[in-house]
Design a protein around this ligand. Structure first.
Ligand code: COA
Length: 140
């Protein structure tokens, strides 16, 4: 597996990966309507904008994208991380999180925050993140 910086040209592949990851990995925690609303909230334009403004990394195996993470240097938000369902629980998320955290540290960010899906809560706890509360966003 290699991890590299993502570019705007990756937007369509990242969006496909996100859709696959959410629809398959999160189906135990949300209704089909909630999942569809989640993936529909994304668009190619939004991905391109994020790729221009955020610090983004992709994981690839044999030139196939299997994971993605991005964080916002303006707000120090770890905006999202997701892994291809066929490669879940194989350490890909851990590697991506490590890269994002080191990147943030190298830019002087000693603290970051995120909003986790229910599905990702055990993962973020395993990565050492602390919960400061629970919230509802949209129907989720
Ligand atoms: C959350 C996500 C990014 C984790 O990526 P991953 O590559 O599967 O995670 P890792 O293999 O690096 O897991 C590291 C540790 O986190 C914990 N963990 C990860 N997924 C878990 C799960 N489903 N249940 C319980 N613990 C979990 C475990 O402690 C794991 O270590 P172990 O496998 O040795 O037990 C991935 O499951 C995903 O893409 N989920 C769907 C999209 C999503 O909700 N993203 C977050 C949006 S905020």
């Amino acid at each position: 597996m290699i991890i590299r910086k993502a570019t705007v040209d990756d937007a369509a592949e990242i969006m496909d990966l996100h859709t696959n990851s959410v629809l398959r990995l999160c189906r135990g925690d949300y209704t089909p309507e909630q999942l569809q609303g989640w993936v529909n909230a994304s668009s190619l334009e939004k991905y391109k904008l994020r790729l221009e403004k955020h610090r983004s990394y992709v994981a690839e195996l044999d030139e196939v994208m299997i994971g993605y993470v991005h964080w916002n240097p303006e707000t120090s938000e770890l905006c999202s991380s997701f892994v291809h369902p066929d490669y879940a629980r194989q350490g890909v998320g851990t590697r991506l999180m490590d890269i994002a955290e080191k990147d943030a540290l190298s830019m002087g960010r000693n603290e970051m925050w995120l909003m986790a899906s229910l599905t990702a809560v055990p993962f973020y706890f395993a990565m050492g993140w602390k919960s400061v509360g629970q919230t509802t966003r949209g129907s989720m």
